[in-house]
Design a protein around this ligand. Sequence first.
Ligand code: GH3
Ligand code: MG
Ligand code: MG
Ligand code: MG
Length: 323
Amino acid sequence: RAMTSLEIGVQAPEREAVCDSGKGGRILLVDDRPSSYERLASMLSAEHAVDVEVDPSEALFRAAESNYDLLIVSLGLENFDGLRLCSQARSLERTRHVPILAVADADGSPRLLRGLEIGINDYLLRPIDRNELLARVRTQIRRRRYTVHLRDNVTSSIEMAVTDGLTGLHNRRYMESHLTTLAEQASLRGQSLALMMLDIDYFKAINDNYGHDAGDDVLREFALRIRKAVRGIDLACRYGGEEFVIVMPETDLHVAGMVAERLRRAIAGEPFSIHKGTKLIKVTISIGLSTLERKGEPVSDVVKRADVALYRAKHDGRNRVVS
Ligand code: GH3
Ligand code: MG
Ligand code: MG
Ligand code: MG
């Protein structure tokens, strides 16, 4: 028999997509004729979880609120315009990428063309063939899951590229690329910029005495205390092993010195818990401070000065702030 429906989009047989049965999807069926939605729902419910919604604005709300794999929208209904709903779904951030399968009466072709322009993904004409419905639904659900899977993976690789896995702070690469931007902004606006380099004192001894896992616990807890001590606009990162850097925009040396001193005391004054909370150990840090000294100064010079100051803090006896 004649094709009753068109498949829109590229049909690349992605390996992941082929492995996925396309069953077990969450479908929102938008339809206000009981005779129609009861029939559709009974066909679909063999393979999927189906919610029926008769009110189009409620449907849009539900689609935006929960993660449906597919919207099935009946066109040409008694009390609302299904095409308008499709168009609204395409314009909302939360529903833009949810696939839409339109169901139309046999004479509904002109409206379907509009639907395709709006961005529906596939359609079926009445009378609905059960197997065809299930096959088209599975295809949409498979593709949807594959896209979500790709998106999640891309997001997590981007996060991994700029985040330190142990502490959740930014990593050195991220800090270095943003430090340049922050310094340029400070230069342009004539604002100050401070940089703090922090290093845990005798950290090697913590590893040696209590084990590497205890060392990791200290690093995580240290990162938490750093987070508490800085503002939202400050950029805190794990620079390397047990060295951390905090970049503070709009901050002069005097204020940075107070923040550093507060942080030093927050570390030295409160012992760190290791071995699953069974042991407390005293930890101290040394801090080197520097600021952007002139407009357009290379950020590597600012980092260098903080490093030199840190070296002096170590040399002068540790557990102190030097600028
Ligand atoms: P100082 O007071 O001079 O800073 O002494 P220190 O022992 O802290 O200095 P050093 O830089 O020699 O030692 C740092 C140690 O940190 C060496 C390395 O094994 C350890 N380290 C680096 N990264 C990690 C990590 O991710 N986890 C743990 N547990 N240890 C680490
Ligand atoms: Mg060291
Ligand atoms: Mg150290
Ligand atoms: Mg070190």
